[in-house]
Design a protein around this ligand. Structure first.
Ligand code: PEP
Ligand code: MG
Length: 580
């Protein structure tokens, strides 16, 4: 039994078998072979070796032709590994003894070799570790053909353990097959973690040495509340987690009684408590957890789900069905925010060294006017029930906002010319997620009907911490005094200009932040549907006047630790049963 610690990314507890994806997101299945399958499996493995050897010989020839013989020698080390009889016999005999599929046996042996080479002090041997890694990847791909990314083909529900999960991979998964996610990389606000919450799958990210400590076929427990991952737990531990799971279930049942009640404080301050969605299938949860409406629909997932760009008609159908189901409550559709960690292939798609500082959000839309207008027209056409608002992401200046508004006006004009109905008074909002937008908030507020603070990015850009980078995740702080000041400045700028100010970043769904955010004057909080009941319960149990005092205290404090422990003490005392 091994206990690993990561960052809690999506709440809940899962117990089950591990389904492993290696560093290159290649799945390592765990299959037990029948007598008649063993010889075929050995043959399959030897074919993969032969085919890889042929590929490498071809590469070598090409490189020698183009760059000279010396460069071709780089591939000799690879060929030596593939021709190493001792190694090949070891894999073959293990397939026979363990009666396991070749991918799994091969993966284990390669992993061990790679680890011991990396651990030596010998520079030459250390470098060989990367040759082993490369060969491992090539052969696993051969063994698995084009199926390697089809993890939705998992035969039975399992905990997906992976070095990394990308949004485009996660979005294609079949929820019924996934008991949980654990990844070595990633932060709480990375988009794969956000998707895990959307799928309501318990998850942990940023687990150090995860792949070193886990093997295909292991059993595991994921505790998405505390961030613990237990590999091959004993019975006593399994029983303990079963009872914790039951406790969480009872807690969420106890929240059912407030589903249809408003998110109003004891002294009658009402907050619009809405939900963030990424996928249309989340609507059932949004409704069943008692949301006021949708405060953020991340529309880019429709793009990630498809191999081609969605048409105006497809987008219209998607938006219309959401708007109709949520009616008469409001729905805020954010125009696509592709880029960063949400990447699609486009003619202009270049590999970027700093994708979060690169071609992202509104910048992509400005470069593809037709793509932008197609979406805007689909949104406008879906607005006829008058409960739809539109919002732009990643706005960094007044100029950009004015330019984006011009696209909206052009789209309206095109629809008018075609006599197509839409809401002429559709509300427009802007995400405040860059420090420059906070500093320009007073001017921006004069151009829009509302602000929605995107703390996920606001924190990343203010503190210069990549939100998905596990190495610096301790520096990614919701409660950094600078972040609090920026939130306060945004609320004041909005209110001074008579517009409402909401928050749709993940901080809005942190129970520790509720007192603080309500006290700072936020009018709306938009959170993952999963956490909505808990946040509503807190809002309904506190006084706005206390929240104001608490937020003032926090704004005077000098460090994130001080603020966090102050809030944590208040919450533990007042809400001992709420999982923080
Ligand atoms: C944010 O940045 O806080 C936000 C809500 O947008 P996203 O997480 O999609 O970048
Ligand atoms: Mg953002």
């Amino acid at each position: 039994m091994i206990n690993l610690i990561g960052k809690a990314a999506s709440p809940g507890i899962s117990i089950g078998k591990v389904h492993l994806l290696d560093e290159d997101q290649i799945q390592i299945q765990d299959r037990t072979l029948t007598d008649s399958e063993i010889d075929k499996e050995v043959e399959r493995f030897l074919n993969a070796i032969k085919s890889t050897e042929d590929d490498i010989k071809k590469f070598k020839e090409n490189v020698e032709k183009n760059l000279g013989d010396a460069y071709g020698e780089i591939f000799d080390a690879h060929l030596m590994i593939l021709r190493d009889k001792v190694f090949l016999e070891k894999v073959i005999s293990e397939i026979k003894i363990q009666r396991k599929n070749s991918d799994q046996v091969f993966y284990r042996i390669m992993k061990k070799t790679q680890e011991s080479l990396s651990a030596t002090d010998d520079k030459y041997l250390k470098e060989r570790a990367s040759d082993f890694k490369d060969i491992k990847r090539r052969i696993l791909r051969k063994l698995q053909g084009d199926d390697r990314l089809c993890i939705h083909q998992i035969s039975e529900p399992a905990i997906i353990v992976s070095y990394e999960l990308t949004p485009s991979l996660t979005v294609g998964l079949e929820k019924s097959k996934i008991l949980g996610f654990a990844t070595e990389l990633g932060g709480r606000t990375s988009h794969a973690a956000i998707l895990a919450r959307a799928l309501e799958v318990p998850s942990i990210v940023g687990v150090k040495d995860l792949l070193k400590n886990i093997e295909p076929g292991d059993n595991a427990i994921i505790d998405g509340n505390s961030g613990n991952l237990i590999v091959n737990p004993d019975n006593e531990v399994i029983e303990k987690y079963k009872s914790l799971k039951e406790g969480l279930f009872q807690f969420s049942k106890s929240l059912e009684k407030i589903i249809s009640l408003p998110a109003k404080t004891l002294d009658d301050k009402e907050i619009d408590l809405s939900a963030n969605i990424e996928l249309p299938q989340e609507l059932d949860s949004v409704i069943s957890y008692g949301s006021h409406g949708i405060g953020l629909y991340r529309t880019e997932y429709l793009y990630l789900l498809k191999s081609q760009l969605p048409t105006e008609e497809e987008q219209f159908d998607d938006y219309k069905s959401i708007v109709q189901r949520i009616y008469p409550n409001p729905v805020i559709i954010r125009t696509i925010d592709l880029g960063g960690d949400k990447v699609i292939k486009t003619p202009k798609g270049l590999k970027e060294d700093n994708p979060f500082l690169g071609w992202r959000g509104i910048r992509v839309c400005f470069d593809y006017p037709e793509l932008f207008k197609t979406q805007l027209k689909a949104i406008l056409r879906a607005s006829t029930m008058r409960n739809l608002a539109v919002m732009f992401p990643m706005i960094s200046s007044l100029d950009e906002l004015i330019k984006a508004k011009a696209f909206l006006e052009e789209s309206k004009e095109e629809l008018r010319k075609q006599n197509i109905d839409f809401d002429e008074n559709i509300k427009l909002g802007v995400m405040i997620e860059l420090p420059s937008a906070v500093l320009a908030a007073d001017e921006l507020a004069k151009e829009v009907d509302f602000f929605s603070i995107g703390t996920n990015d606001l924190i990343q850009y203010t503190l210069a911490v990549d939100r998905a980078n596990v190495r610096v995740s301790n520096l990614y702080q919701f409660y950094h005094p600078a972040v609090l000041k920026l939130i306060k400045m945004t609320v004041e700028a909005g209110h001074n200009n008579n517009i409402w100010v909401g928050m749709c970043g993940e901080m809005a769904g942190d129970p520790l932040a509720t007192y603080l955010l309500i006290g700072m004057g936020l009018d709306e909080l938009s959170v993952s549907p999963l956490i909505l009941g808990e946040i509503k319960q807190i809002i309904r149990s506190i006084n706005y006047s206390d929240a104001v005092k608490i937020s003032e205290e926090c704004l005077n404090m000098k460090s994130a630790d001080e603020i966090e422990s102050y809030l944590s003490n208040i919450m533990k005392e007042k809400f001992p049963t709420i999982p923080l």
